[in-house]
Every structure is written in structure tokens, then in C-alpha cells.
Design a protein around this ligand. Structure first.
Ligand code: F6P
Length: 401
């Protein structure tokens, strides 16, 4: 096809909703129209592509004023006929009759290329369609930030802003009432939201799926704080932080058509602290508040660049590729690379190191843990560089003598 021909581009949003979806739709639509393309938006994710086909033409007019709107004007679903992933390691093949229906419908509608906006599940479906001859490009979305091959998915920054704001608010009650406050945040497989919100909101304990923890160590941290005169503690726990012993806390049993609903680990932690330490402890589950509402300015900016780069990929016929953020550049990688492996928190990465230097406990040790295991840093450097208290540094040095 030459660029003089009028192309028709389809776009769909799949998986859980997320701040920034509308910003991507707007950016992709505007960029496509500027190149002379027509745009169709398929409704309710991939469902809109199979019989009965449901779509709406996207124009400059009907994508106006949606840059800052949460949700998706196209609708979305994270369950149904197209579900190929319900866990990390269980990818199924798409039903061949669905693939045939998608191909036929795209042909009937003269759609030359499809932009699939979604996380691991949506992009795994997109990859399978690509392997069967459908010209797709991907855009990485998820508040969990657990998609491989990109530094950030859009939606993550907005979720962190929401969780950090919740921590700021909980801080005041915790301090006023001398309580332990536990905040449960989203993050099925990865603790990015808990880690970044904990850093931004001054959490004292952060529990994430990537670092094995024990309730004894969490209690030891609370005690240590009490001994230093700090009579409250803020705990952030990711919904996917496994119980000591490795089990997840879930709200329902697994099903073939959708992923298991996680939830309850925060209350479990709160109950344990209350019982073991006789401390006034409360749990708040932030839930879907993290997925709703207006995207942050960072997410609007990222989503706009992602949406426009997706159209560039179509213009260049780079099908099977996903836009990604490789700071400072927006670039692209094969979708297969992004869905090959989830992006999880590196337990030795810089964010965890910084948190440990702030005396944050990850529940993996009863004492202050060396944030920089490979280097020997003198006490003075510690205090000066990272502004941690002499007491915690002395404690650390004692423990590691
Ligand atoms: O994948 C994004 C996510 O928000 C997870 O963090 C969470 O476990 C899941 O979606 C919740 O999905 P649902 O809206 O179906 O309950």
C-alpha cells in the first residue's frame, strides 16, 4: 500500500480500565487523521471485533475534551471469549473461529491495521492475532507497571499518585491516634505501586510479592519504631504480596474466563498486628480508586506520545511492535518481547535501596538492612548522604559487625 491510499485504522482498549486510555485514543485519532487516515474505535475490547461487531467512527470532534478523562470512551473488558491469560504461566491459544471472525470483520470494514491498547493479557491476544496475519501494533497500559520492555506503562503514575495521597491522609490519623495503619494497594504480580507509593508517601513497611516477608519481622519493625519514640506505623501492602508460606489471599476461586480476584492481605496483616501486639490497627483497601479518575500530567504526556507513536508504527508498517518508553525516548519493541516476561521489582534495585536507606522495612529482616549490600559505607557518609538517623545506622552497624 502506498501512503497516498486512504488507510483505515482500528483501535481498541482491553483489560482493566486505567487513567490515560482516553488520552491514547485522542492522540492516536488526531495523529491518524492528520495523516489522512480514517479511524474506527471497536467497543468493549476485542469483543467489539467478533460477532456482533460493535464500533464507532472516531473523529477530531468526538475525541475532543477527553485528554484528562479517566476510563475509556470505547469501553473495555478483562474477561470473556478472548481471554488467553488468567495467570502468569498459563497462556492459552485463541479459539480459531474467533480469529477467523476478527479477520473477516476487519476485511469487511476495510480496516488496514489495528492499535491494541492494553496490558499483558490484551497484548498476548494481540500477539496471537499478529502471528495469524492480523496487522496489529500495541500500546502498553496497566496501573501495575508489570509489562516487560518498557520503563513505564501509562496509568502507573496516576495509580501511584492516588496511593501516595491515601498514605498522606492515613499518616495524619495514624499520628493523631498512635495507630498502625495498613494500606492495601493493587499489584497482582509486581509491587511497583506499593514501592513507589511507599517511597512517595513515607511508608514505614512495604510488603511486595518480590520480597519474602514474615509477620514477625513486621512486628519487630513496629517495636523498633516504638523504641525510637515513634508511636505510629504506616504499612503499604501489595494485594499480590504472598502470605508467609507462599499463598495468595484471594476473594474468589480461579476461573477459565478471568483472572482470580485478589484481596484481603491488608486485613490479614492488620489482624495479626492487632492480636500479636495489642495495638490499635486499621486497614484500608484502596481498590479501584487507583484505576479511576483523571490521569496525572505525566500519564497524559506519556499516553499522548504512545498514541501518536502507535500511528507512526502503522505508517511505517512495523506490525507486531509495541510502543515503549526507554527514557528519554519513546521507541518500539516486538510485542512478543513485552509479554515474554513480567517486569517485577528488583529486590536489589535502586528504589528498594533508597527505601532501605530511609529505614523502610520490607519485612524480610527484623533489623535495619544494609541498603547497599555490595559496598561498605562509613557511618558519617550514611548520615550525611541519606539523612537517616544515627540510631538506625548504629543499630545497623551493630547488627552487621
Ligand atoms: O491488572 C490491573 C488490576 O488493577 C490488578 O492490579 C488487579 O488485581 C486487577 O486489575 C483487578 O481487576 P478487576 O477490576 O477485574 O477486579
Amino acid at each position: 500500500m502506498t501512503i497516498l491510499e486512504r488507510k483505515r485504522v482500528g483501535i481498541l482498549t482491553g483489560g482493566g480500565d486505567c487513567p490515560g486510555l482516553n488520552a491514547v485514543i485522542r492522540a492516536a485519532t488526531k495523529s491518524a487523521i492528520h495523516l489522512g487516515f480514517e479511524v474506527l474505535g471497536f467497543l468493549r475490547g476485542f469483543e467489539g471485533l467478533a460477532d456482533p461487531v460493535t464500533y464507532m467512527p472516531l473523529t477530531i470532534e468526538n475525541t475532543m475534551n477527553i485528554l484528562d478523562q479517566g476510563g475509556t470512551i470505547l469501553g473495555s473488558t478483562n474477561k470473556g471469549r478472548f481471554t488467553v491469560k488468567t495467570g502468569v504461566d498459563d497462556t492459552r491459544c485463541l479459539d480459531p473461529s474467533l480469529v477467523a471472525a476478527v479477520k473477516r470483520n476487519l476485511l469487511d470494514l476495510d480496516v488496514d491495521a489495528l492499535v491494541c491498547v492494553g496490558g499483558d493479557g490484551t497484548l498476548s491476544i494481540a500477539q496471537q492475532l499478529f502471528e495469524q496475519g492480523v496487522p496489529v501494533v500495541g500500546v502498553p497500559k496497566t496501573i501495575d507497571n508489570d509489562l516487560g520492555a518498557t520503563a513505564f506503562t501509562f496509568g502507573f503514575d496516576s495509580a501511584v499518585a492516588c496511593a501516595a495521597d491515601a498514605l498522606d491522609r492515613l499518616h495524619t490519623t495514624a499520628a493523631s491516634h498512635e495507630r498502625v495503619m495498613v494500606l492495601e494497594v493493587m499489584g497482582r504480580h509486581a509491587g511497583w505501586i506499593a514501592l513507589h507509593a511507599g517511597l512517595a508517601g513515607g511508608g514505614d513497611v512495604i510488603l511486595i510479592p518480590e520480597i519474602a516477608w514474615s509477620i514477625e519481622n513486621v512486628c519487630a519493625k513496629i517495636l523498633q519504631r516504638q523504641n525510637m519514640g515513634k508511636r505510629f506505623t504506616l504499612i503499604v501492602v501489595a494485594e499480590g504480596a504472598k502470605l508467609p508460606g507462599g499463598k495468595l489471599v484471594t476473594l474468589e476461586s480461579p476461573s477459565e474466563q478471568k483472572q482470580t480476584r485478589l484481596g484481603g492481605i491488608g486485613q490479614w496483616v492488620a489482624n495479626q498486628i492487632q492480636t500479636r501486639m495489642q495495638l490499635d490497627t486499621r486497614c484500608v483497601v484502596l481498590g479501584h480508586l487507583q484505576r479511576g479518575g483523571r490521569p496525572t500530567y505525566f500519564d497524559r504526556c506519556l499516553s499522548t506520545q504512545y498514541g501518536s507513536h502507535a500511528i507512526r508504527l502503522i505508517e511505517e508498517h512495523r506490525f507486531g511492535e509495541m510502543v515503549c518508553y526507554d527514557p528519554p525516548n519513546i521507541t518500539n519493541v516486538p510485542i512478543r518481547q513485552a509479554v515474554k516476561q513480567l517486569s517485577c521489582v528488583d529486590p536489589y534495585g535502586s528504589a528498594v535501596q533508597a527505601a532501605r536507606a530511609m529505614a523502610v522495612s520490607f519485612g524480610d529482616s527484623p533489623a535495619f538492612t544494609n541498603p547497599f549490600p555490595k559496598s561498605k559505607i562509613a557511618e558519617a557518609t550514611y548520615v550525611e548522604k541519606f539523612n537517616v538517623s544515627i540510631a538506625s545506622v548504629s543499630q545497623y552497624l551493630d547488627d552487621h559487625e
